[in-house]
Design a protein. Structure first.
Length: 392
């Protein structure tokens, strides 16, 4: 495969290995700080409200119709992130374009069979497969798109636009304008693009998958679904909206999400040794890559009772959290490379699930029983139903 082309497209990916790893800290301390994430709650509220309104229309107009929840969750995650990161407008066609580009870039980065990456002499194989052309096309489209949005934000700032809402791109541009030194150098346009693209690639699918897997697990386990809905509806009471602060009282919801992330988070984490190291008696030479098998650790029978069963109760009164301090449970990774989007992800996921489960009951289509439901079925189709207590 043409290495120059690959470099262009995998800008975000490559950046991880160099100075960008330091620049990523910007995300942690600045862009994705608790304060910033809370300030963008209005976006999560508007997007979830629009999803709930769509489902209400469907329940009223076409009772018993099923919905493709996988699609709805992907759109929710993509729209929420596009608005938070780039300040795009809800109804804007560009949200759909950015969502698609992020998906395509993500697929290409995950393309493990790019032969030329392993055996450069065989790069022609990738050409034949059309991978190079596709990579080049997506790369150009992503760059052009992000450049256009970045330029619009610079113009807005120069015009003294009175929109005091700051999106992630504005914060990066402010850092660049202040000539703040990040990771030993000033933030370049290329790095800004890379950070923005990384947020999309890292944030959309992971959040949508967590929502989808939670719904699958609880539709398969009606006892858990009932218990969860009782908790959520008990907290919300007669109110017509769920406030973010209500989530603090939804302890079982937090356990349910933790259990989903135990069973359905990334399988492997990669780490490159900066120098020769000894790990448990194995020597890893400098630049050697070690893989942490999170999948196995999260299912280790020495740690987890009935490890293959979905049992949110195991997290009640347990001290497991998302800080990566416990080597038995770390769905957001650990150490210096830990996911900087934890708070953004948790606010979004908790808020979306609380709403979807408060305002609707959920049934399997075609009278299917929970026992017959196949967890591997994609996409996830479910039927939203007006709850018997009439919350609609
Ligand atoms: C449930 C949702 C999510 C899960 C389970 C998740 C999990 C992870 C994991 C396991 C890593 C690798 C950590 C390591 O190597 O130690 C990671 C990295 C990352 N995540 Fe998340 N994440 C989620 C949502 C998000 C969101 C919403 C954002 C952005 C708003 C985000 C941004 C990032 C970034 C920027 C990185 C670093 C990428 C890199 O350095 O290569 N994540 N995430």
């Amino acid at each position: 495969m043409d290495r120059n082309v690959r470099t262009e497209v995998t800008e975000a990916n490559k950046a991880r290995a160099s100075d960008m790893a330091k620049s990523m800290k910007v995300c942690v301390s600045g862009i994705l700080s608790l304060k910033r994430v809370q300030a963008l709650q209005f976006i999560r509220e508007e997007e979830v409200a629009s999803l709930v309104a769509k489902l209400r229309r469907l329940v009223n107009d076409d009772r018993g119709a099923r919905v493709n929840l996988s699609d709805l969750f992907l759109t929710l995650a993509s729209t929420t992130l596009s608005r938070s990161v780039l300040g795009l407008k809800s109804a804007d066609e560009s949200i759909r374009v950015m969502g698609q580009l992020a998906q395509q870039a993500s697929n290409l980065l995950g393309e493990v069979t790019a032969v030329g990456d392993y055996i450069p002499a065989l790069s022609w194989v990738d050409h034949l497969r059309g991978l190079t052309r596709e990579t080049k096309r997506v790369s150009r489209a992503v760059h052009e798109f992000l450049d256009r949005v970045i330029d619009e934000h610079i113009e807005k700032q120069n015009d003294g636009d009175d929109d005091d809402r700051k999106y992630f791109v504005d914060i990066l541009l402010e850092l660049q304008a202040k000539k703040d030194v990040i990771g030993g150098h000033e933030l370049s346009r290329k790095e800004i693009r890379a950070v923005l693209l990384t947020l999309f690639i890292a944030g959309i699918e992971s959040s949508a998958t967590t929502l989808e897997c939670t719904m699958k697990e609880i539709v398969k386990n009606p006892r858990i679904m009932r218990k969860l809905q009782e908790e959520i509806r008990g907290v919300v009471g007669n109110k017509s909206n769920i406030h973010q602060s209500d989530l603090n009282q939804m302890e079982y919801l937090k356990c349910v999400i933790k259990e989903t992330l135990r069973l359905h988070s990334a399988k492997l984490l990669a780490r490159q040794a900066s120098e020769d190291v000894d790990v448990g008696g194995f020597r890893i030479p400098a630049k050697g890559v070690g893989l942490i098998n999170m999948w196995a650790i999260h299912r280790d029978p020495d740690t987890w009772d009935r490890p293959l069963e979905y049992l949110p109760e195991r997290f009640v009164d347990a001290s497991y959290d998302y800080t990566g301090q416990d080597q038995k449970y770390f769905p957001f990774g650990l150490g210096r490379r830990i996911c900087p989007g934890v708070q953004f992800a948790m606010f979004s996921i908790e808020y979306a699930l609380a709403n979807v489960l408060c305002w609707f009951d959920w049934e399997l289509p075609d009278g299917m029983s929970a026992r017959d439901f196949d967890m591997s079925a994609v996409p996830l189709h479910l039927v939203p139903v007006q709850p018997s207590h009439g919350s609609l």
